[in-house]
Design a protein around this ligand. Structure first.
Ligand code: NAP
Length: 484
């Protein structure tokens, strides 16, 4: 099954922070892969901008090395890399001063979509936005792309939104949450709203509870300083898990259009209950013989920042009244696994008797790795005599079901950057969504700070703190295992 690639018209993309980690690991390789696929066409111009003393030739060498490292294994015709590199230019530029801005303005052409990707720390958003404006680079075809974190709390998020709004209309602002670019995340909407099977059951009457797990095996790595100021709540829960929850819980929008979808997501965030203190579990990973524990990794021996959080919340609306949503995310867990489990209620009456066995239906949506969907259904255990029931998975791995396309779906950044160029904001967060998410998050964080709570230690490469199991068991429920 081969999907049709629709080329986009040539565009200009300026990558501020073109020498940084994100640009080298994700943005440039994503553009290269879209070039290989035929979606990015000749005539496109990608201008990297940063302070490092490089010229265009030097930057092309940097880009070539990044592509070789991070796009390895992609089939591309001979000579494609060389042709792609010809589309790249470099401008030495200081975001906080005037150096380089005229040179940048001279390179940008009038007759096409232009996008500015702010792949820099958030403190540079305001000076860059102001200079894009003051150098006359904003026109109707201008788009600006910003990366998380979108603020540290509601106040800073409002300030950031206000800064961007001074220079750009909301329809020009693309806030990237790369989780929304993942194939399966979009499939969530296709599964829910493209099939009649699920939607009639997608409510409190039939769903017992929903579990969302985003587990990582890695620790904080080189991001220790940033991470210790953020923690799992701000770094993951407030954005990625919140977005997944929205897609699971939202009402069907009338049309698959940016504001129709985002309006429905916003309603979900606004309907979220405040979280009770005893419905929150925070943890910090321990050291192993060959890797540091959390506090050592962030260089802060008394840190009270969490590397793990689990919580229970409710969406207080007609559809979900009384259905708990359990969310957990953490670092140094037993496997890298992002999965949503929709756990349905037991059959109202067993005609086979209480001892026959069987289990509730569960729809598992795997976001990574091995993207796919599993429906757990009850069948008769094979054998003679009696009627014993067992739970079997009906498994669809996209890699198997969709052939080569499923095995190698475009990276989230490939899809999201192309959406920026096409002007489709459906998979990007709107300013009011971000603010609503902080309005829910802030009191939770303020609460544990006021109570002086310290995260519980948990064993590295385990499933997280034991207390998180208790969070479920108190409700007579269990987390599904974290599996690779
Ligand atoms: P990084 O590796 O520290 O790169 C920062 C970039 O900004 C560098 O290219 C740096 O280049 C440039 N820069 C710094 N000060 C500048 C100035 N005054 N003028 C012009 N350029 C300047 O950071 P990153 O990891 O790529 O992250 C970039 C943004 O994406 C951050 O907001 C981060 O939170 C976000 N993000 C990153 C990831 C990721 O996987 N890395 C994931 C999600 C979100 P010079 O030193 O050459 O100037």
């Amino acid at each position: 099954m081969v999907s049709r690639v629709i080329p986009v018209d040539p565009f200009d993309l300026v990558v501020f922070g073109g020498t940084g980690d994100l640009a080298r690991r994700k943005i440039i390789p994503a553009l290269f892969r879209r070039y290989c696929s035929g979606q990015v066409v000749e005539g496109t111009q990608v201008i990297a901008a940063a302070r490092t003393d490089l010229d265009t030739e030097g930057y092309r060498n940097v880009a070539a090395a990044s592509i070789r490292e991070f796009s390895a294994g992609r089939a591309c015709e001979d000579g494609t890399l060389e042709r792609f590199l010809q589309m790249l230019a470099y401008v030495k530029l200081d975001a906080t001063g005037e150096e380089g801005w005229s040179a940048l303005a001279d390179l940008i052409r009038q007759d096409r979509t232009r996008a500015f990707y702010l792949s820099v720390g958030p403190s540079l958003f305001a000076p860059i936005a102001a200079r894009i404006r003051s150098h006359g680079l904003v026109n109707a075809g201008t788009r600006i792309v910003v990366e998380k974190p979108f603020g540290h709390d509601l106040e800073s998020a409002k300030a950031l939104n206000a800064t961007l709004a001074e220079h750009f209309h909301e329809t020009q602002i693309y806030r990237i949450d790369h989780y929304l670019g993942k194939e399966t995340v979009q499939n969530l909407m296709a599964v829910r709203f493209g099939n009649v099977l699920f939607e009639p059951l997608w409510n409190a009457q039939f769903v017992d509870h929903i579990q969302i797990t985003v587990a990582e095996t890695v620790g904080v790595g080189l991001r220790g300083e940033y991470y210790d100021r953020a923690g799992a709540m701000r770094d993951m829960m407030q954005n990625h898990l919140m977005q997944l929850l929205c897609l699971i819980a939202m009402e069907p929008p009338a049309r698959f259009e940016p504001d129709a979808v985002r309006d429905e997501k916003l309603k979900v965030i606004r309907a979220l209950d405040a979280v009770e203190p005893h419905h929150i579990v925070r943890g910090q990973y321990d050291a192993t013989s060959d890797s540091p524990g959390y506090r050592e990794a962030v260089g802060h021996p008394r840190s009270t920042t969490e590397s793990y959080i689990a919580l229970k919340t409710h969406v207080s609306n007609w559809r979900w009244s009384g259905t708990p949503f359990y969310l957990r995310t953490g670092k140094r867990l037993v496997a890298r696994s992002s999965v949503i489990n929709v756990v349905f209620k037991d059959a109202p009456h067993s005609i086979f008797g209480a001892d026959a066995g069987g289990a509730a239906n569960i729809l598992s949506i795997r976001l990574q790795p091995n993207e796919g969907i599993t429906m757990h259904v009850t069948i008769k255990e094979p054998g003679q005599g009696g009627m014993r029931l067992i739970d079997v998975p009906l498994d669809m791995s996209f890699a198997e079901a969709l052939g080569p396309e499923g095995q190698d779906p475009p990276d989230a950044y490939e899809r999201l950057i192309m959406d920026v160029i096409r002007g489709n904001q459906t998979l990007f967060m709107r300013g009011d969504e971000v603010e609503a998410a902080w309005a829910w998050t802030d009191p939770i964080i303020r609460g544990w700070q006021a109570r002086g709570e310290v995260p519980k230690p948990y064993e590295a490469l385990s499933k997280g703190p034991i207390d998180a199991d208790q969070l479920m068991r108190r409700d007579k429920r269990e987390w599904r295992g974290i599996k690779p």
